[in-house]
Design a protein around this ligand. Structure first.
Ligand code: MFK
Length: 154
């Protein structure tokens, strides 16, 4: 795969976390590996009207994106490359724009190639606004190669 960019080199336009995407969310996560088998990822966010769905609130698709991105950040500390295979979202309360919110994900369990994660979007009082559960499937070098990428250092 010499000559092909690594995944990290191509990830800078990721809508969720890529610094080079001017229209992206620019999410930045703190990863806690105090318990290496159960890492967590936390981001502090505050979204503008660009992401509005119902008046004053975050669009539901963006809420799903936040949860998905948050869960995806658990894969590297688990030393795997994995993609979302399935996710479900509980929209518990409308998520407000212009207010500080917290995004927290945690790894639940692994069954072979299947990683089960969970993520929550919380308001400043700690109330859960949305909860996602995700199945991420570990991908191999062959799939990565089909996308023209090479393995990053993990
Ligand atoms: C490269 C890393 C990039 C990181 C960027 C992160 C961005 C944020 C995260 C994302 O949004 S990723 C983008 C959205 N996801 C995708 O585009 C993935 C598209 N799907 C695929 O490419 C393939 O489906 C995938 C590589 C994930 C898996 O394909 P496979 O053919 O290797 O696996 P398969 O579909 O057979 O499913 C694997 C296992 O999951 C099981 N499974 C599927 N759906 C299930 C379900 N709903 N519940 C429980 N198990 C389920 C399935 O039965 C099977 O179980 P077994 O291995 O035990 O046989």
């Amino acid at each position: 795969m010499k000559g092909h960019p690594t995944l990290d080199e191509r990830a800078s336009h990721c809508f969720g976390c890529g610094p080079a995407n001017p229209q992206g969310l620019h999410l930045s996560f703190e990863i806690d590996t105090t318990h290496p088998e159960a890492p967590t990822a936390t981001a502090h966010i505050q979204l503008t009207q660009l992401y509005e769905g119902p008046p004053g609130y975050i669009h539901g698709g963006i809420v799903a994106t936040l949860l998905d991105e948050s869960m995806s950040k658990l894969n590297r500390p688990l030393s795997v490359l994995a993609m979302t295979r399935h996710m479900e979202v509980d929209y518990l309360r409308p998520a407000p724009l212009h207010q500080p919110l917290t995004l927290i994900s945690r790894h639940l369990r692994r069954e072979g190639r299947k990683l089960f994660h969970q993520a929550e979007l919380l308001d400043s009082e700690g109330a859960v606004l949305a909860r996602g559960k995700g199945l991420f499937v570990v991908i191999d070098e062959k799939l990565l190669a089909r996308t023209g990428l090479t393995q990053p250092q993990i």
